[in-house]
Design a protein around this ligand. Structure first.
Ligand code: F6R
Length: 235
């Protein structure tokens, strides 16, 4: 596990964008696993800058997102599909048909989970997965638990996650309480992982990096992955 200390959010974002840009350059047909939330917004901003400067080509890239709220379709501006279009896909030459987010309004959510997991496997797995981290150590929507969920599953959001995410909604009651998420196994099978964490996540990062490997701190499992880079802000 490599831990890089960034001076601030901008430096963290640039470092993460450089790694993703390198992956796209080395393998233009990469499968990128992507995240939403405040943490990767700066990373996407710098990726778009590099694209506009002519350094990156996304025409053969495929993306799979970590998670999606249940009950929100892609037109909803709180959905993660909407977020991805808004912060990245609308600004680079990716074919939207090659961008995948779990379907949070699928009729049968169990079938959707199985389909999404199989789909990722059929793609040959994820070459590079970008992660954020929750204050409680969650990655994707794998909340603290007694076990590490293996595959894509529907997950009840922890009360602290609902509280944290309510900043983006008018009312806390509007925050969906269930989401579809890649499992810990889905994430751990990615060939490379990078995790970006702003300064407010320092405690969660400390536990994930230096604490015991435990499903109560889902990100702690990253200690067992052979190619993880954590970029954590000091300020
Ligand atoms: C988002 C995701 C979540 C977030 C985490 C941190 O796709 O999977 O695990 O990375 O909740 O969110 P922010 O970055 O908003 O603090």
């Amino acid at each position: 596990m490599k831990v890089i200390k960034a001076k601030n959010y901008e430096e963290m974002s640039k470092l993460a964008a450089n790694i993703i840009g390198a992956q796209v350059t080395i393998n233009p047909k990469s499968v990128l696993g992507l995240a939403t939330g405040s943490s990767p917004i700066g990373t996407y901003k710098y990726i778009i800058e590099d694209y506009n400067a002519g350094f990156l080509d996304f025409s053969k890239i495929t993306t799979v997102n970590l998670d999606e709220y249940c009950g929100l379709d892609g037109e909803n501006d709180q959905s993660y599909r909407y977020f991805m279009n808004n912060y990245l896909f609308n600004h680079v030459n990716i074919d939207k048909a090659n961008t995948y987010v779990p379907n949070g309004v699928a009729k049968d959510l169990d079938i959707e989970c199985e389909r999404y997991e199989n789909f990722i496997n059929d793609l040959g797995g994820i070459d590079l997965q970008l992660l954020g981290i929750g204050h409680n150590g969650h990655i994707g929507f794998n909340e603290p638990d007694d076990i590490f969920p293996n595959i894509v599953h529907s997950s009840e959001l922890a009360a602290s996650t609902i509280e944290a995410n309510s900043r983006l909604f008018n009312n806390i009651e509007d925050v969906p309480t269930v989401a579809l998420s890649m499992g810990i196994g889905t994430i751990m099978r990615a060939k490379k992982i990078i995790l970006v964490a702003a300064a407010d996540k320092a405690e969660a990062i400390e536990k994930a990096v230096n604490g015991p490997v435990t499903p109560q701190v889902p990100a702690s499992i990253l200690q067992l992955h052979k190619d993880v880079t954590i970029i954590a802000c000091e300020n």
